[in-house]
Design a protein around this ligand. Structure first.
Ligand SMILES: [Zn+2]
Length: 350
């Protein structure tokens, strides 16, 4: 049964994400009244190691107390994994892959969350996450409709349009309200928390998404996800016996356009394989990647995202997503590059 509260447990705002499990079970909804309805749905800790959402919400609720300009429905995700600072525990599903139905307690609770919020109505669904590698702040939207674009613009000047996986929370909410995944940079960083908090405050004061200024937005579209097969050993740096060698600073490529002449990985053995899958889950390795002279290359210029130096994340999720830049939507005024000095191109190990 879904745990639904209508108040904040007394000590909650003084707790670290690792301590919430003492007061709340996984997938708890807390409805907090504000001046305007319907509520903002704010989702935190769907991934237990992604701390920025809770840190920003904790600051937001401490600041506004019971005088919220708009009602908030706060969804706590995987507080059990947050205790261990894990994305999810080995015995659990990924809590951002449970929103399209399935067998098991978490899937049933997710459907109850959707049912409860659908009946209440939602102003916007904001799902806060972190990356494990260096990326700019960016939103991910499952639809190119004006309200979705407005949410993305309000968060950052760059956004990703995705249509898979359809099992994520924001995709499920997009059936009945504007929804966005907010990639808030690295976890625990004060700058990430400040950025997330500023965005939540802007949302809290909005009367309508039509009021969001038409600032420039650069949109990218996901083409493929790149995975390392489980049997392949990998390492960072060239001088090992691993099957696949990745550059030690590959996350500096995130949101950079990589040319097809740039080697992205080296094969240390004949087994050194990468695999790519399109948004429908079909393998598309040959369409986006090729191997030559012991190195892997892109077939054409593409933009990687979510490249990480964390091999556990590469194993459990993916090496990266490959994207291409889209045309400028009608509701934006012009293109603007997200490439900052923080994300310069780099040379691969050789
Ligand atoms: Zn996440």
């Amino acid at each position: 049964m879904l745990n639904v509260l209508h108040h904040l447990p007394g000590e909650l705002l003084s707790l670290d994400g690792t301590e919430i499990y003492q007061f709340l079970p996984d997938l708890t909804l807390i409805h907090l009244p504000g001046e305007l309805d319907p509520p903002l749905l704010i989702s935190v800790l769907l991934h237990g190691n992604e701390t920025t959402g809770w840190l920003a919400v904790r600051s937001l609720l401490s600041k506004y107390g019971s005088a919220l300009p708009r009602s908030v429905s706060l969804l706590f995700g995987n507080v059990t994994a947050a205790r261990e600072r894990q994305r999810h525990l080995p015995t659990q599903p990924d809590f951002n892959r449970i929103w399209a139905g399935g067998e098991g307690t978490e899937y049933a609770l997710a459907q109850q969350v959707l049912g409860e919020m659908r009946s209440r109505g939602v102003f916007a669904c904001l799902d806060l996450h972190n990356n494990t590698g260096r990326n700019p702040y960016y939103g991910c939207i499952p639809r190119l409709e004006p309200d979705f674009l407005a949410l993305a613009r309000l968060f950052a000047p760059v956004a990703v349009y995705y249509t898979a996986p359809q099992t994520v929370l924001a995709y499920a909410f997009s059936d009945f309200c504007p929804a966005v995944i907010l990639e808030c940079g690295l976890p625990d960083a004060p700058a990430s928390t400040a950025y997330g908090l500023a965005f939540l405050e802007r949302c809290l004061h909005l009367k309508s998404l039509a009021d969001v200024p038409p600032t420039p937005l650069e949109l990218l579209h996901t083409l493929a996800v790149v995975k390392v097969p489980p049997a392949i050993t990998l390492s960072f740096g060239p001088h090992t016996t691993a099957d696949l060698h990745l550059p030690a600073d590959l996350d500096r490529w995130n949101f950079q356009t990589l040319p097809p002449t740039q080697a992205i990985a080296l094969s240390g053995s004949q087994r050194g394989a990468l695999q790519a899958f399109d948004e429908s889950g079909e393998e598309c390795t040959q369409q986006v990647l090729h191997q030559a002279g012991g190195a892997w290359y892109l077939r054409r210029p593409m933009v990687p995202a979510m490249l990480t130096l964390d091999s556990a994340i590469i194993r459990s999720d993916c090496l990266c997503y490959l994207m291409e830049r889209m045309g400028v939507p009608a509701t934006s005024r012009g293109p603007r590059s997200c490439a900052a000095e923080d994300f310069p191109p780099v040379d691969l190990l050789t």
